[in-house]
Design a protein around this ligand. Structure first.
Ligand code: GLN
Length: 301
């Protein structure tokens, strides 16, 4: 799906007479470009260009727009209209109630992934001073959320991308958990295996889109890092299987493995079967708010 060019000419040289006018123009532009939440996103971009809060925006509704702010707004609208994700434009996305810095180096954290965090917290409620692993941490969203929610936890966060680890490091610092989130460079659980580290839970939101589904993806997803989106094999669950295999040597007794899956391509079933075959117990799938099987969870021995 490619962005559709706007139906109406976007007259960017003429500064509109009011903030309200600017908002309406932006909304129309985004809507013409096929952006679903055009009204909300135009508002967010306008706030970003003006550097104001939501309340301040409405107070300024009838006021005029400075030329510099207008130019920034037009630039943001054009980039959004051509498929750049909103989160990259504003540089932030909320996850588990915490703001995370994001940019092109990392996947934009998704609300569905909050289930992964909840599942791990719930399954380790009775463990004192838990050690958690977040495989493929990206922005650090899962690792940092776990560390914030469990002040007695240590979290190992791995990623193959050094670029992603740099973003995760900033986010850990932002939320004051740098001392308890250890960033490790390497593929899947390799860094833990090499260092002989063990954990009470391993969580991951691995890249799970089969490469053959590329043409079905919206431009926003194609703007995210390939390595964070596309699975390394045709079924989409190849990395889940590698993590599950390695996790057997990392998990402590009764340790928890929680893996996010796509809500399609029969991924939950495939991962559940694999875990059972590998000797995991209590294998089950947790549904997201849309009622779709989202997280496969199991215990190791
Ligand atoms: N763990 C990060 C997240 O869930 C990144 C996952 C990824 O890049 N596949 O947002």
């Amino acid at each position: 799906m490619r962005p559709v060019p706007p139906r109406t000419a976007f007259c960017k040289s003429a500064v509109p007479s009011s903030v309200r006018e600017a908002y309406l123009w932006g909304r129309e532009h985004l809507s013409a470009c096929g952006v679903e939440a055009a009204a909300l996103e135009a508002e967010v971009l306008l706030r970003c260009a003006l550097g104001v809060t939501r309340a301040q925006l409405y107070v300024r509704w009838p006021a005029s727009v400075e030329e510099g702010a207008w130019r920034r707004y037009v630039e943001l609208l054009e980039q959004r209209g051509s498929g750049r994700p909103l989160a990259y434009l504003v540089g932030e996305r909320e996850f588990c109630g915490l703001p995370f810095w994001v940019d092109e180096r990392v996947l934009v954290p998704r609300p569905e992934t909050e289930h992964l965090v909840e599942v791990v917290l719930e399954a380790t409620r009775d463990v004192k001073d838990p050690a958690y692993v977040d495989v493929g941490t990206g922005s650090g969203a899962v690792a940092v959320a776990l560390a914030v929610r469990r002040p007695d936890a240590t979290v190992y966060a791995t990623d193959v991308s050094r670029d992603a680890l740099a973003v995760a490091e900033r986010n850990a610092g932002r939320h004051g958990v740098s001392g308890r989130v250890q960033l490790l460079h390497g593929d899947a659980l390799e860094p833990l295996l090499q260092a002989g580290l063990r954990a009470h839970a391993v969580a991951a939101n691995p890249p799970y889109v089969p490469p053959s589904a590329r043409s079905e993806l919206p431009p926003e997803v194609l703007a995210e890092p390939e390595v964070a989106v596309f699975a390394p094999g045709p079924r989409g669950v190849e990395l889940h299987e590698r993590i599950a295999d390695q996790a057997r040597a990392v998990l402590r007794e009764s340790g928890v493995l929680a893996l996010e899956v796509a809500a399609k391509w029969d991924q939950a079933r495939q991962v559940m079967r694999t875990l059972e075959r590998m000797g995991y117990r209590e294998v089950r799938a947790v549904r997201d708010l849309a009622g779709l099987e989202r997280v496969v969870v199991a215990r190791w021995r």
